[in-house]
Design a protein around this ligand. Structure first.
Ligand code: AVJ
Length: 316
C-alpha cells in the first residue's frame, strides 16, 4: 500500500518535471530520470566502453588509495552513501575501514536499495546496514546510529550532473548532515582535453545515444507520450565556457509530440537538453566547497589527472 502511494507520488513528480521541462524555450529533461531498469543497464554498458574513462579511472584511484581514504574517514565512522551504486567501490573502502559503525545507502529506488543492502550485509557479517529510501537531492534524516564520525560517500562524479547552485546546495546539506568534523568522500571528474572528453559521450557503438534516447522511451511508457525516439539524434559536446559536457536530443524534422492533453512542437534541429556533466579543476572545486562549509584536506588522482577522489571535512 505505502509503496503504491510512493510510486504514484514519484510518477506525478516525473510528469510535472517533464511537462515543465518541455515547456521551456530551450526544452529540458532532468538527467536523474535516465535510470529506469533499461537506462541503468545501458549505463552499466557505458562504464565498460573503451571511450568512457571515468568509471575505470575512479576504480583504479579507489584501489590504489583505499587505505589512505579509510584512514581519513577514521575508526568507528558511519558511512553514508548517496545513491546505492554498484557496491563495487564502497567495498574497496569497507575492506579498509577500522570498525565501521555502520553503512547507510541512500537511494530513491527502494527495490534496488534493498537488493544492494542484502548483498552487502551478507558479505560483511559484522556490519550494520541501514538503507534509507530517499531522494538525496532533498532533505532526509539519518538513522540514529552511534558513531565516532559521520562520513558521506558520493562516488561516480554524480555531483557533475548538478548545476553550480544545486551543487552548492547539496554540499551545504552534506556539511549539516555530517556535522562539524564529519566528512565527505567525493568522486569528481576533472577538466581535460576535449579530444578525451567528447568521445566518452559519443561512443562508436552508440550505447550513449541509446542511453539518451531511452529517456523518451521511458516517458512514452510511464507517462503515455508518443515520442518517436528514432526521430531524435544524439548530440554531446563540451561547452568550454561552462566547463561541462552537454547532452541533447535533436529533432531530425519538424514534429509534434502528445502527452496527456498537451502538445509539444519541435522545429527541425531543435533540441531537448538532457544532461550536463560538469568537469572541475581540483583547486577550483575545493574553493566552492569551502564556501559551503567543507574544507578539502586530501585529493587522490590517477597519473593522467583524469579523475579525483577528494576528502573534505565539515568546519564548525
Ligand atoms: C553517471 C553522472 C557519472 O556524467 O558521465 C554517462 C552519466 N551520461 N554518459 C556522466 C553519463 C552519459 C555520468 N554520470
Amino acid at each position: 500500500m505505502t509503496s503504491t502511494c510512493a510510486a504514484r507520488r514519484t510518477r506525478d513528480q516525473f510528469r510535472a518535471d517533464v511537462l515543465a521541462g518541455l515547456s521551456r524555450p530551450q526544452k529540458r529533461l532532468p538527467s536523474k530520470y535516465f535510470y529506469d531498469a533499461a537506462g541503468s543497464q545501458l549505463f552499466d554498458r557505458i562504464t565498460e566502453l573503451p571511450e568512457y574513462y571515468p568509471t575505470r579511472t575512479e576504480l583504479a584511484v579507489m584501489r590504489e588509495h583505499a587505505a589512505a581514504m579509510a584512514a581519513r574517514c577514521g575508526p568507528r565512522c558511519l558511512l553514508v552513501e548517496l545513491g546505492a551504486g554498484s557496491l563495487v567501490k564502497v567495498r574497496l573502502l569497507l575492506d579498509e575501514l577500522v570498525a565501521p559503525a555502520g553503512y547507510v545507502p541512500v537511494d530513491v529506488s527502494g527495490e534496488h536499495l534493498r537488493g544492494a543492502a542484502r548483498e552487502l550485509a551478507a558479505d560483511y557479517p559484522g556490519l550494520g546496514v541501514h538503507p534509507v529510501v530517499a531522494d538525496f537531492t532533498r532533505p532526509f534524516e539519518l538513522p540514529p546510529v552511534p558513531a565516532a564520525r559521520r562520513v558521506v560517500y558520493f562516488p561516480g562524479s554524480t555531483i557533475g550532473n548538478f548545476d553550480p547552485a544545486e551543487a552548492d546546495d547539496l554540499l551545504g546539506r552534506v556539511a549539516r548532515l555530517v556535522g562539524p568534523g564529519g566528512g565527505l568522500l567525493l568522486g569528481i571528474d576533472l577538466r581535460k582535453d576535449t579530444a578525451v572528453l567528447e568521445p566518452a559521450y559519443n561512443d562508436a557503438r552508440g550505447v550513449t545515444a541509446a542511453f539518451n534516447r531511452n529517456l523518451l522511451v521511458r516517458i512514452n511508457r510511464e507517462l503515455g507520450a508518443d515520442f518517436d525516439p528514432a526521430a531524435f539524434r544524439h548530440r554531446a559536446f563540451y561547452n568550454h565556457e561552462r566547463s561541462r559536457i552537454e547532452m541533447h536530443l535533436v529533432s531530425a524534422a519538424e514534429q509534434r509530440v502528445q502527452m496527456g492533453g498537451a502538445t509539444f512542437v519541435f522545429r527541425a534541429g531543435e533540441s531537448i537538453h538532457t544532461e550536463n556533466s560538469y568537469k572541475y579543476a581540483p583547486a577550483e572545486f575545493a574553493q566552492r566547497a569551502a564556501a559551503c562549509g567543507l574544507r578539502a584536506d586530501a585529493t587522490w588522482t590517477d597519473a593522467n589527472g583524469f579523475f579525483a577522489v577528494m576528502h573534505l571535512t565539515a568546519v564548525p
